[in-house]
Design a protein around this ligand. Structure first.
Ligand code: CA
Ligand code: CA
Length: 469
């Protein structure tokens, strides 16, 4: 796999990327940044192998242009806290932003977001559109020079299975509309128009996708690329949840609106409802179809950049805000601390001096993007950020890397991820421990076995000492 990616990267180097280095142009210019947040995209991406039937030729093409992180994790397993931590550079345990109800400026009024920093310290123009922070608007006016909000059409409802009960939870199905009618496509069109312009200042453009977040409605042609009758379901172990502590079981069963880890609303058990109504294959098909739809329009963005004057001087960063379960652990959605929930897609592609066309298997997280962008743009180093620049890994994906990754869900519920282990600690003292090398599905909770006491003690040492309420 690595060889193939390397070969393709080499050929790409002669068609645009790498030309800067070959021609010696633009070396003193600050690089532009194209940021591509993709909502609720887990690792069901071709080259990451999260699902054997995913079709993402354009995300795979981006991976060949840069470094794709196969162990990239979110710092919070839902939209608002994941994005606030990425853009503020501060972990949830340092801001107290744990749920979708809390606003960044209420908790950390003086935060300097990545966009603010690039503007003030780097002289960048900063523009966003679609879903960047939580919601489809700017969220934080101070973070943007301009924000694009395409008009929303009447809500598009996809075709449901015939005879499906009205109360079945099934927000998915094919749409008979043209792509151009959809919100994300209108937003991509705006970003393309910006990439086609010349700019006086270095630019940061965030073109955020609201899909593949539910509902999984996408044009019919993308469903036809994933025939339902041949859909492969995720591997599941019967009674997998029996060895979970109280909060693990709670998180697996329920849909949550969390505020400081205490406020839960019950919507019934997703997995029972989906299997009862025969919707599991349809759900997997719909998620795959929605990802392929997003991938197609990511390809249009990449084409536009490649055909523009900015191709040789623009960093592209694509990231999902957290993972997504489609039945693994009999769990659906996000809102938990297992690998399927925390793992996401993260690719950084930039011309010049990086080991492009390789995979990096070191554990990293979204909090690392802020300091990485600071270093890659040559902006002055910033104190007080919780992440660590990934530039050493972009230069050598196998560089020594002793960092662990922290994911937090609600007040004082944490997961620590190292290359080999996942350790989960809940605020009532409940624990889970998984050997991710031997047990990638996280089926066997080792926390109660005495032989792992010293491993647990070591991993516990990575838990944050500060937990802001
Ligand atoms: Ca999300
Ligand atoms: Ca289990």
């Amino acid at each position: 796999m690595k060889q193939a990616i390397r070969g393709l990267a080499l050929s790409l180097a002669f068609f645009g990327f790498g030309l800067t280095a070959l021609l010696g142009q633009g070396s003193n210019e600050k690089p532009n940044i194209l940021f591509i947040p993709v909502d609720d995209l887990n690792d069901w991406v071709g080259h990451l192998g999260g699902h054997p039937q995913s079709k993402t030729p354009n995300i795979d093409r981006l991976a060949r242009m840069g470094i794709s992180f196969t162990q990239a994790h979110c710092n919070a397993p839902l939209c608002n806290p994941s994005r606030v931590s990425l853009f503020s550079g501060l972990l949830p345990s340092n801001t107290g932003v744990y749920g979708n109800g809390e606003r960044m400026r209420d908790k950390v009024p003086d935060a300097t977001t990545l966009m603010q920093y690039l503007r003030s310290a780097g002289g960048y123009s900063v523009q966003g559109g679609g879903k960047t922070f939580h919601g489809s608007g700017p969220y934080d006016e101070a973070s943007w020079d301009y924000y694009n909000m395409p008009p929303r059409n009447r809500r598009q409802i996809g075709e449901r299975d015939e005879g499906l009960a009205e109360d079945a939870w099934a927000p998915w199905g094919p749409l008979d509309v043209d792509d151009s009618e959809l919100f994300d496509v209108k937003n991509v069109n705006w970003a393309i128009s910006e990439l086609e312009k010349s700019h006086d200042k270095p630019f940061f453009i965030a073109c955020g996708f609201t899909k593949p977040h539910m509902p999984w409605y996408a044009p019919r042609k993308y469903f036809e690329m994933h025939p339902r009758e041949s859909i492969i379901l995720p591997e599941v172990l019967d009674h997998d949840r029996d060895d979970l502590p109280y909060w693990g079981k709670k998180f697996a069963r329920e849909v949550h609106t969390i505020s400081n880890g205490s406020n839960f609303s019950r919507h019934g058990e997703d997995h029972d409802m989906i299997t009862k109504h025969g919707q599991w294959e349809r759900a997997v098909q719909s998620y795959l179809a929605t990802i392929t739809y997003v991938d197609h329009h990511i390809g249009r963005l990449l084409d536009a950049l490649e055909n523009s004057d900015h191709a040789d001087n623009t960093i592209i960063v694509l990231w999902g805000d957290h993972g997504w379960h489609l039945g693994e652990k009999q769990h659906w959605r996000k809102h938990a601390l297992w690998d399927v929930t925390t793992r996401t897609t993260m690719i950084i592609a930039a011309p010049g001096g990086y080991a492009n066309g390789q995979l990096c298997h070191r554990p990293v997280s979204l909090i690392d993007l802020y300091p990485t962008m600071v270093e890659m743009t040559g902006a002055p180093e910033r104190d007080g950020l919780d992440g660590q620049s990934l530039v050493p890994l972009l230069k050598n994906p196998e560089a020594e890397w002793d960092r662990s990754v922290l994911t937090t869900f609600g007040y004082q519920n944490h997961a620590i991820k190292t290359h080999k282990w996942r350790y989960i600690w809940y605020n009532d003292g409940g624990e889970e421990l998984y050997d991710n090398e031997a047990d990638p599905n996280e089926w066997v909770n080792l926390a109660s076995f005495s032989k792992y006491e010293s491993i647990k003690a070591e991993l516990k040492g990575y838990l944050p000492s500060r937990n802001v309420r």
